[in-house]
Design a protein around this ligand. Structure first.
Ligand code: ZN
Length: 221
């Protein structure tokens, strides 16, 4: 099983205080307003997806928004320390993840060795300590015990990459989206492993529209 899937989903939903009378849950949008993809099945792949369709991590503000949106930190976590050096570090980690999961470099090449060494180094740091805090309504929500530093948050993603790379079942499910020029990599956990798109709303829909146009053009010919 891919633990990242459950972690990402659980951490984004479990932190919302439960209303007294629970309405039907609102459908989760495929992308939040600032555009992070949180449907890759793993945290490290969600980070990798922030290059598409254009660079999303172009300011510390965007990085903060991504970290909260991807569920690396619970909502409300203080990330005021995030600056340009955090941005550079997360982008560097993203480059390493990309090299290791996309198979761009052969396993005994120097770039592969360097990326692997870097991921292992980042994974060594302690991750932020979680704690349960009481809301005004009396329910418990997850928070972090103090404002996290950059190394601790890099470690969250680096450890996810280590788990993915050492999990043969998850690695066997690694796919690149079949969409035109779409670089998104995800773990296919669907029944029968038949998922073809990073998202059926974007790439899947684009392909359906293209297929329809081709059929219509053939019918006219
Ligand atoms: Zn795609």
């Amino acid at each position: 099983m891919a633990p990242g899937t459950a972690t990402t989903t659980a951490s984004t939903t479990a932190t919302a205080p439960a209303p007294a009378t629970a309405p039907a849950p609102a459908p989760t949008p495929a992308t939040a307003p600032y555009g992070p993809r949180i449907d890759c099945g793993r945290l490290c792949l969600d980070l990798l997806a922030t290059t598409h369709p254009e660079e999303q991590l172009h300011s510390p503000d965007r990085l903060r928004a991504w970290m909260t949106g991807a569920g690396i930190v619970p909502p409300g976590t203080s990330l005021t320390a995030a600056d340009a050096s955090w941005l550079a570090s997360f982008r560097e980690l993203r480059g390493c993840v990309g090299l290791l999961v996309r198979g761009e470099a052969s396993r005994d090449s120097r770039p592969y060795e360097i990326a692997l060494g870097r991921i292992n180094e980042l994974a060594r740091a302690a991750t932020p300590a979680p704690c349960a805090v009481r809301t005004d309504e009396g329910s418990l929500v997850r928070a972090l015990d103090g404002a996290p530093d950059c190394a601790a948050l890099l470690a969250v993603v680096a450890r996810d990459a280590v788990e993915l790379l050492t999990d043969p079942v998850a690695c066997a499910g690694l796919r690149q989206c079949a969409g035109d020029n779409c670089p998104i990599v995800y773990v296919d956990t669907s029944r029968g492993r038949r998922r073809r798109w990073c998202s059926s709303e974007t790439c899947g829909n684009r392909e359906r529209v293209a297929r329809h146009r081709r059929r219509a053009a053939l019918a006219r010919a």
